[in-house]
Design a protein around this ligand. Structure first.
Ligand code: SF4
Length: 341
């Protein structure tokens, strides 16, 4: 096993030096900037992350800037990236870093993992990439590559651990992830150009389709909802409501939004009872929005109201919708209503 690991390390290291993608966070040694990239890259494509990463760092260049920002300010820069809990935990961790570590990210996995939002993966990635600690980082790509290389259905962490025991663990870990993203893809891996084909057991035994172990597909649940884009025709202000601090889109702003399956007439009656002063209420369309395990189907209504007085602290009548952090769904709802306003 030792000689296989040494050969795999050698292949990974040589390949990575020649073939790594030119990504902006690979040109910095700033642990803070590397940490931001690692959080953004979770569940999000590299192409999407590049712009967000630049914008985030120009708005919050240091961990102190991030810690001093309001949560709403952080969510605003994050809007569109999805999985907003990541942004909230990032913000929370920045405060912990300022308070406990005087603004310097701790350099070991053991310390990093104590911070909000730092699980096994993130603490391993930041410790190895930013600080050169010989620890593994195991994400979905790494599981796929190593389960094939070692032809195993078991936890690949011990293998990742052995491979990270190298003079440049940053390159080794990033090489495995990069091969998973570009070559050892889920379907039709490009084995003929893979630097690991000589040590890959699944390839050598022609059993690639057996690895990794198939995952049970989570069922996608349909959620039915309605939303009302309510405008004051005189002031051109819209009613926005802030979502609760927990759960989906926590702390983001949205048009009045209600979940539950109803017919068109039932929805109209319901909205009229919720907003007794609404006029010219009309349905403008139905949109759907896909989340990982949910498909949200929203009937979009528009209406007008002559008075614009917030009824609760979580309501606001606003002109500039874009200065509030909103989800992609809220933007779609606006898109479906604008031609009718
Ligand atoms: S040889 Fe094929 S299966 Fe093995 S790691 Fe490379 S791409 Fe994946």
């Amino acid at each position: 096993m030792k000689s296989k690991n040494t050969a795999t390390q050698k292949a990974l290291y040589t390949w990575y030096q020649k073939n790594k993608r030119d990504l902006p966070w690979r040109k910095t040694h700033d642990p803070y900037a590397i940490w931001i990239s690692e959080i953004m890259l979770q569940q999000t494509r590299v192409d999407t992350v590049i712009d967000y990463w630049h914008r985030f760092l120009s708005t919050f260049p240091t961990v102190f800037d991030l810690a001093n920002a309001s949560e709403e300010g952080v969510l605003q820069i994050w809007q569109g990236l999805g999985y907003y809990r990541r942004a909230k935990l990032l913000h929370k961790a920045s405060k912990q870093i300022v308070k406990t570590y005087n603004g310097k990210l701790p350099s070991t996995k053991q310390e990093l993992i104590k911070l909000s939002g730092f699980g096994e993966y993130t603490s391993g990635a930041v410790a190895s990439i930013a600080f050169g600690q010989k620890v593994p980082c195991v994400d979905g790509n790494v599981i796929r590559v190593l389960s094939r290389v070692y032809a195993t259905h078991k936890d690949v962490t011990p293998f990742a651990n052995d491979l990270a025991n190298h003079s440049d663990p940053s390159s080794i870990n990033q090489a495995i992830m990069e091969i998973g993203a570009l070559i050892c893809v889920p379907k039709n891996p490009k084995c003929l150009i893979c630097p690991l084909r000589n040590t890959c057991e699944a390839y050598q035994t022609q059993n690639i389709s057996l690895f990794p172990a198939p995952r049970k597909k989570a069922k996608v649940k349909n959620i039915y909802a309605c939303a009302l884009v309510l405008q004051n025709p005189k002031t051109k202000k819209y009613l926005l409501c802030k979502r609760p601090d927990q759960g989906r889109w926590a702390g983001m702003w949205e048009f009045p939004y209600f979940e539950g399956k109803k017919t068109k007439n039932q929805t109209k009656e319901f909205l009229q009872s919720e907003f007794p002063k609404v006029q010219k209420l009309q349905k403008t369309g139905t949109i759907s929005h896909q989340l990982t395990h949910q498909n949200i189907v929203v009937d979009v209504f528009v209406g007008y109201q002559a008075t614009s007085k917030a009824r609760t602290p979580v309501e606001q009548w606003v002109v500039d919708l874009y200065s509030y952090p909103t989800s992609v769904l809220t933007k779609k709802i606006l898109g479906a209503s604008l031609p009718h306003l």
